[in-house]
Write a new protein. Structure first.
Length: 208
């Protein structure tokens, strides 16, 4: 199995995870704030399909991919009406799916071995002036200091999670990555807990 193959990432159900309790309200706010209308949408790293299914309740028509064979099996079992397939940001997805005015990629970039390929994939999938919402765990000085003081640094940055987090992003590094791909970062929201200790950050991005 190549080093970049995370097809073994495991899902055992098709429901939302605990992270969706704070991510989905944040996405709702962005949809309202930027007046993003229902449209065809793409979920890059769709996992078990639960977010793709939630987006359909907002009026979006959703396609998506995930490298996890178990995740796509759960998604296809629970949501057979959705166009969700096994694949990854390393594939030429725009050639088989086309382009979209809206894209989400939630809690994915921290798992990616080649983040510039991931960012290029997002750019290729977006229509001109299209929006993308990209989330990843938040890291900043005060949060990392709190983790160190509380003795939770080792568990938070664990190296023992198969296919787990391999890159840890700040607002600055995530912005640089997306800008390099021709994507404009319009806003970054910190969600879950108070901002200095936020669980994750949600970048609102537009294709230039």
């Amino acid at each position: 199995m190549p080093a970049t193959d995370i097809s073994g990432y495991y899902y055992d159900e098709s429901e939302h995870s605990c992270a969706h309790a704070y991510l989905l309200p944040a996405i709702d706010r962005v949809l309202r704030d930027f007046r993003i209308p229902p449209s065809p949408a793409f979920d890059l790293g769709c996992g078990n399909g639960s977010v793709a299914r939630w987006l359909t309740t907002k009026g979006f028509t959703v396609s998506g991919v995930d490298p996890s064979s178990q995740g796509i099996a759960e998604a296809n079992r629970a949501y057979p009406e959705l166009n969700l397939r096994q694949g990854s940001a390393y594939d030429p997805l725009h050639e088989s799916f086309g382009t979209f005015p809206f894209l989400v990629s939630l809690e994915v970039v921290e798992h990616v071995y080649a983040p510039r390929e991931y960012a290029a994939c997002i750019s290729n999938l977006l229509s001109p002036e299209g929006y993308a919402l990209i989330s990843t765990p938040y890291h900043g000085y005060l949060k990392n200091l709190a983790l160190a003081i509380s003795g939770r640094m080792d568990s938070h940055f664990t190296a023992l999670w198969d296919h787990g987090h391999i890159k840890f992003w700040s607002r600055e590094t995530l912005t640089t990555l997306l800008n390099e791909a021709g994507l404009e970062v319009l806003r970054i929201d910190r969600v879950g807990r108070i901002p200095p200790l936020a669980k994750t950050m949600l970048a609102v991005v537009r294709k230039r």
